[in-house]
Design a protein around this ligand. Structure first.
Ligand SMILES: Cc1cc2nc3c(=O)[nH]c(=O)nc-3n(C[C@H](O)[C@H](O)[C@H](O)COP(=O)(O)O)c2cc1C
Length: 442
């Protein structure tokens, strides 16, 4: 893939929640969430559009809102959520080139289990899997794994760093040419090429080796999503790709500069770490349709859904959030109360609101109006080209459909992809078989 071309991933994490399943036309003709048929169709559509991959985020907890889980469950806000791994394995069987990014928590999983699962999935998908290695920050997930609340930030990053050290040792524990499968002699593997790791650290004790044959990608690709200085340092050291928000060209450039600096500090070539800019898209014929789609999406929300969404997103752990209260006053009170929220998201909210923006208005801004990638195919191509270069020109985009699935995704593939291809911004076909090669062999 030439350097002028970017990578594209479609975010499927929440297409069944947050009222997206209810958007007019969305999910019609499909059984409810749980049945994989809609995901099989979407996988085929994405492969037709030569997408790099499909992404599934994961948080294994049921968030508390205003002291209860009732609204989360009743309104289906980021709930229910199945483990994405079985779905990824199944989707890989209806495609040949599309990649998949699934999510594993480095806060609650064990690195041995993660390495074994991902190496095995790399075989099942024939080299088309990546995992989003997250440092988890949502309290009710912590409470499912034996903690009273989310452990301290620096402790989580220390665990994640050791987690990465163990993964590296395990993925290197079976050399690429260790397997023999020699029918004549009956020798399966060369024992001089399979190594114990004998790791012992603050969090983990692992003998190794990884009991898997070397995986098709050498090791599965790794994405990281942390945005704090510790998160950026960890990504600079270990990730193949980083997720980032960056809602303006300026913030994209600033984020890339931080990543380049973190790479320089450890002597890594920053071109080895792509950024996938996260956002929400809607392909339209013009402003009138954009407004109409936004109105229809808004109308599909049950009344309190935006506010429940925001409470979860901020990780307030049951602290009451009033829809009509002002964002600035609320954040000041949340900080004074010392609840353990996602501080970065609160900073972002302070910057993007005025003293009289209400919680409800801000939640709607997040869900609907703030969608950055809304426009005609030509407008989207212009915007993405500019954003790709503003963000350092390595990586691409990880975009979620705003106007329902699978129709919104099919429209992107049928209308936007040809424009991107025509301008030389996106591949016309896959050049390789593995996800890693399709991403990085330019
Ligand atoms: C695009 C994107 C995707 C993310 N996906 C997940 C996810 O699947 N699971 C999760 O627990 N956190 C996810 N996060 C949150 C991050 O892992 C991290 O907790 C958050 O950005 C705060 O990072 P920090 O603690 O380094 O400041 C995601 C963040 C971004 C920007």
């Amino acid at each position: 893939m030439p350097e002028s071309q970017f990578n594209l991933v479609c975010d499927l994490s929440l297409i069944h929640t947050n009222a997206k399943w209810r958007y007019p036309g969305s999910w019609s003709g499909y059984a409810p969430y749980g049945d994989p048929a809609i995901y099989f169709d979407i996988a085929r559509i994405l492969e037709r559009g030569k997408f790099d991959g499909a992404f599934f985020a994961d948080v294994a907890g049921t968030p508390m809102v205003n002291g209860s889980m009732d609204e989360t469950v009743e309104l289906g806000v980021a709930w229910p959520r199945h483990d994405p791994i079985p779905l990824v394995a199944a989707m890989s069987t209806v495609t040949e080139r599309l990649g998949f990014i699934t999510t594993m928590s480095m806060t609650y999983n064990h690195p041995f289990h993660t390495a074994r699962m991902m190496a095995s999935l790399d075989h099942v998908t024939r080299g088309r899997v990546a995992f989003n290695a997250v440092v988890s920050g949502f309290p009710q997930e912590a409470q499912n794994y034996g903690y009273d609340t989310t452990p301290d930030h620096e402790w989580r990053y220390r665990r994640a760093t050791e987690f990465q050290e163990v993964l590296t040792k395990l993925f290197n524990s079976v050399e690429p040419d260790a397997m023999l499968w020699d029918r004549e002699t009956g020798r399966v593997a060369d024992p001089s090429k399979v190594h114990r790791i004998d790791h012992e650290g603050e969090h983990f004790k692992v003998m190794g080796p990884l009991p898997t044959a070397p995986s098709p990608q050498g090791r599965p690709m790794q994405v990281m999503a942390g945005q704090s200085p510790s998160g950026i340092k960890l990504a600079a050291t270990y990730a193949d790709l980083q997720f980032a928000g960056g809602s303006s060209m300026k913030s994209k450039a600033a984020h890339r500069a931080k990543l380049v600096e973190a790479c320089a500090a450890i002597g890594r070539d920053p071109k080895e770490v792509g950024i996938l800019w996260a956002g929400q898209f809607d392909v339209v014929s013009g402003a009138a349709e954009a407004n109409e789609n936004a109105r229809r999406y808004r109308e599909s929300f049950p009344d309190r859904m935006p506010h429940v969404f925001l409470s979860q997103w901020w990780g307030l752990d049951g602290y009451p959030l009033e829809p009509d209260a002002y964002v600035h006053d609320t954040i000041t009170a949340v900080r004074a109360a010392g609840v353990a929220p996602n501080w970065g998201y609160l900073d972002m909210a302070m910057e993007n609101t005025t003293p009289t923006t209400t919680i409800k208005e801000y939640a709607l801004q997040w869900l609907v109006e703030g969608s950055e990638y809304v426009g005609t195919p030509e407008q989207l191509a212009d915007y993405m080209e500019e954003a790709f270069h503003a963000g350092g020109g390595v990586g691409g985009f990880m975009l979620a459909p705003r106007s329902g699935a699978p129709a919104g995704i099919a429209r992107f593939v049928d209308e936007v992809i040809p424009v991107l291809q025509h301008r030389g911004l996106f591949r016309k076909d896959y050049a390789h078989t593995t996800m890693r090669d399709n991403f990085y062999k330019k």
